[in-house]
Design a protein around this ligand. Structure first.
Ligand SMILES: [Zn+2]
Length: 298
């Protein structure tokens, strides 16, 4: 079990290594997730503990692919992970957020058949997620996050949100839009956020298909194969994993069908069993963009 004592994490596979790259006092309001775009947990920690002529970087936590955690600064000290950033009327998120760096090579590129990181390491297909970033850019290869790493990130987020009463769990991509892509589409940020904020688990959110026909696909983009004949208007869906443009859903009824649908062609079903307070909390946790006129099903 992870815990916090005097702004330091306690628990199994947790170590502390003090970075010199710290600022003044921090009263955290947000949690900001990153990928390291690096080789290993050790190399990332080393880099974030080094003073550099071109500018110092740090974070509170580096989380390894095997679930190991290295804390680099207490949670009540400013670290330098956000750079130029804005959120909710605030400028410079370093002064408002705890930073967690996830050991991950980040956006890869293709060299022939291989997917290669910026530092020249090739990754096998089993470690690559091909997906489009929620802010566009088409399908690209991304280094995957391990299950144990995601589970540990979730525990960490739940603990920090509860301990410090944090308002939200964000990605660097949210607060430095257009400049940063991390943690990117390989990380289930929406699901982790919903669970860490204690929403989402309350009442399952139901959606209804509003287009005459809607394809259900194996991934969150129109390029992914269809999993079944198109869903008809009025089909009820259970929301499993909301994202900006597509959501993973389960078809309500006696099928085992689960897949991705485009958010433009579904709408939230009015809750019948849940009270209005619970519904509004859930709605805040999983906003779906609304569009007045549904276009052609994708
Ligand atoms: Zn970042």
């Amino acid at each position: 079990m992870l815990g916090i004592l005097k702004h330091r994490l306690t628990g199994p596979a947790v170590s502390f290594r003090a970075t010199p790259n710290v600022g003044g006092a921090l009263r955290p309001r947000y949690l900001l997730l990153h990928y390291t775009a690096g080789r290993t947990l050790e190399s990332a920690a080393e880099s974030l503990c080094t003073k550099k002529p071109q500018g110092n970087a740090s974070a509170h936590i580096v989380l390894g692919r095997d679930g190991r955690i290295v804390q680099l600064a207490p949670f009540n000290a400013v670290t330098w992970h956000a750079g130029v950033s804005q959120w909710n009327g605030l400028d410079g998120l370093n002064h408002h957020a705890i930073g967690i760096e996830l050991d991950n090579a980040g956006l890869l590129h293709r060299e022939g058949e291989r997917c290669v990181s910026w530092f020249g390491k090739a990754y096998p297909d089993s470690e690559v997620v091909v997906a489009e970033h929620r802010f566009g850019g088409g399908l690209q290869p991304w280094h995957h996050y391990t299950e144990v790493q995601i589970e540990r990130a979730l525990q960490l987020c739940e603990l920090l949100v509860a301990h410090y009463g944090l308002e939200d769990v964000l990605g660097h991509e949210d607060v430095a839009r257009g400049r940063k892509l991390d943690p990117g589409p390989a990380f289930p940020l929406a699901a982790v956020r919903a669970r860490a904020l204690g929403r989402g688990a309350d009442v399952p959110v139901r959606l209804v298909v509003v287009a005459p026909r809607l394809n259900i696909r194996s991934g969150p983009a129109a390029e992914h194969p269809k999993l079944a004949p198109a869903l008809k208007r009025g089909t009820e869906l259970l929301l499993l994993e909301p994202r900006d443009r597509w959501s993973r859903v389960a078809v309500v009824g006696d099928t085992d069908l689960e897949g991705w649908v485009c958010n433009d062609f579904v709408t939230r079903q009015a809750a019948t069993r849940s009270g209005p307070a619970v519904l509004s909390r859930t709605q805040r946790a999983v906003p779906l963009p609304t569009r007045a006129t549904p276009r052609t099903p994708r």
